[in-house]
Ligand binder design. Structure first.
Ligand code: CAA
Length: 291
């Protein structure tokens, strides 16, 4: 894992991350580690406090591994400014990365503010894992600067940024995004704006089949997971991973892909039932496993 990258190129640039949740605070952290001035915005102080606590815990792990010293940890933390004021957060940004909940009307509302309040040349990225970049881009007058910048959890560890090109995204925005991902020490792939892109479409297909196998009594949850962990060297089996990502998140993606692509993505009944019961995975204390 790279810890500090290309400091001199990035230290004068501001990255604003909208949302301090699991993805938002992870993205803010890697941007701060890369030397950017970071602003992290959420709607209330409690969400911001949880996000900053998440950054602190993750940095502690890196320090404990001997991959960062205490002074750098403090410098990374102090380079993240937090605010609840959206306009204040974005007005000086060179790059904005939106990581708010996956609801289109919320994204459109936010991008309308970005249209009115950002510098004309600011890059406008969205961390959506399956919504259309072109639809999100329709909220701004210049959609050539809107692009998908899809990160993976845990952001400080996962090496990929999936770059998703909307219908009107310019080549310059794609190139800038590739450079940005490299500056964070990440590798990028370029994907067309199709439902679920590359990663969510493949990821939920495997996850949904694993849940159907559990419903059918093919094997126990730990054995289904071991099948992929030992048989295919996946770092986490598909049910553990569904717990990690959140059952509600995966259900929402499957419902979206069923509408947009077809019935092969119909969510398993067991998944619907567990979400209705509040079994959302790690974050709720129970999913396919107890935490
Ligand atoms: N911050 C910093 N470092 C972290 C960390 C965090 N939050 N989480 C783990 N690490 C580090 C550990 O300290 C450890 O470091 P070393 O290699 O230096 O020892 C390393 O990562 C591995 O961690 P662990 O030893 O604790 O445990 P592990 O080997 O089981 O790995 C894992 C944990 C990285 C989460 C691994 O299980 C994994 O890669 N799982 C799959 C994750 C995945 O598929 N994510 C994508 C989800 S889909 C998504 O995010 C997109 C979407 O749209 C929903």
């Amino acid at each position: 894992m790279l810890v500090l990258h290309a400091m001199s190129e990035t230290k004068n640039q501001q990255v604003t991350v909208l949302g301090a949740g699991t993805m938002g605070h992870g993205i803010a952290q890697v941007c701060a580690q890369a030397g950017y001035r970071v602003v992290m915005r959420d709607i209330n102080d409690a969400a911001i406090a949880r996000g900053m606590e998440g950054v602190g815990t993750s940095l502690d792990r890196i320090v404990q591994k001997g991959k960062m010293d205490a002074a750098t940890r403090a410098a990374v933390l102090s380079s993240i400014r937090t605010t609840t004021d959206l306009v204040d957060a974005v007005k000086d940004a060179d790059v904005v990365i939106e990581a708010i909940p996956e609801r289109m009307e919320l994204k459109l509302e936010t991008f309308r503010v970005l249209d009115a309040s950002t510098k004309a040349d600011a890059l406008l990225g969205t961390n959506t894992s399956s919504l259309s970049i072109s639809d999100i881009g329709s909220a701004v007058r210049d959609p050539s600067r809107v692009i998908g910048l899809h990160f993976f959890n845990p952001v400080p560890v996962m090496e990929l940024v999936e770059i998703v090109r909307g219908e009107k995204t310019s080549n310059a925005t794609v190139e800038r995004s590739r450079g940005f991902a490299t500056s964070l020490g990440k590798k990028s792939i370029l994907v067309r704006d199709v439902p679920g892109f590359a990663t969510s479409r493949l990821g939920v297909a495997l996850g949904a089949e694993a849940i159907r196998m559990l419903e059918d009594g093919v094997a126990s949850a730990p054995d289904i997971d071991l099948a992929m962990e030992l048989g295919y060297r996946h770092p986490m089996g598909p049910l553990k991973l569904t717990d990690f990502v959140g059952l509600d998140v995966r259900l929402a993606i499957l419902e979206h892909l069923t509408r947009e692509i077809g019935p092969q993505f119909t969510p398993p009944e067991l998944l619907r039932k567990m979400v209705a019961e509040g079994k959302l995975g790690r974050k709720s204390g129970e999913g396919f496993y107890k935490y």
